[in-house]
Design a protein. Sequence first.
Lengths: 72, 321
Amino acid sequence: MEADVQEKLEKILKGELKYTSSNLAFNMLITKQKKMIKADPGSKEACMKELESFLAKYPVVAKVDLANIAML
Amino acid sequence: MLITYEETVKMINEGKVLHIAADDSLLSKLPRGKWIGGTTPYFISEEGGVQTGDRLFVTEIDYASDVRIANYGKYNIFQIVEECYDNGLTLLIMPYGSDTAIRYSKEAPEVEELLMHPVAGWISGFDLEKGGEAKVYDGTTGEAFTNRAVVMYIELPEGKNAAVNMINIFTDNKSDPVIKFHDKELEVRTCKVDGVEMNFQEYIEKNGIDTRMPLVADYNGAYINTSIKGVENGVVSLYAPVFRNIEYRFAVYTDDYVGKFRESIAEAGTRYPVFSCNCILNYLYGELSGKDILPYTGPVTFGEVAYQLLNQTLVYIEILG
């Protein structure tokens, strides 16, 4: 994943950038990770890894999200 | 597609992989084969919403590279996360009111890895006027269950991914009060409205809230509904649990249900669903009988699953790539 997209994903998790996907699971995952980070700020890295794994696992579905996040 | 018993038997005997929704009287006499099924007499067909005990809604799974069928109870339902294909789709049917469905509804949002595997499905039901028992069927054995889930694991060819999505006609008004609940409640007595503890029934009555409108929670722009089942004796019962640390509001009122559906379908753009199901409350409150909402055809259900249990929602699956 490109550094720029990774940085933007981190900002999405921190609530600094707003992004709504057309993919339900991705939206649910972002909500879950935001809650986890709020409860335990130390979990940020693990949450980022899970988001990256999700995007890597379903490249066909993730293609649109990665392109949209890059343009934020 | 909504077809006759004879046509369904022919497809089963030809070895086709099928998802079948129908009245129990039809499902119970089908031959064994590669199919799973659930009970409901309500459907959205190509011609519109219809109630029938004479035909079956059959969906052929013709995009799989492999398929496995299994069934699970309350204690092992979440094995679906471990037993699914690495690149696939899990199609799940659970009987309404069963312990398995209740556990799934309460625990699914917290299950590790659940969101990493596409899971969709529905809660089977019965004729609301006649009553009855919700069942699911494992076609490989012909067994019917009232307290277990049936699951079809569908493996997808390389280069294909499943996308589970939904159409929800409801949204919230961010200036409305925020409602928070205790964890995993299906029967609610008290809640916090903008931080103030109160009786939920009193809040609903005092504010003249139309309980045909669900509670909605904003999941990063995707709205998840929880529908009201009843309000009685200081208790508000729900069709799906509410969760701690989630902010809920009542959905913005709509009296043009079908119009809203058409609007939401148009907003979703061109879609090619291989499966869809729609909530019985949408069917009833939206008076969908005789009205089509193409291309979304399928069973009308007592709850929808898109990873977690949803209410008053149309769920659909697409195969992309």
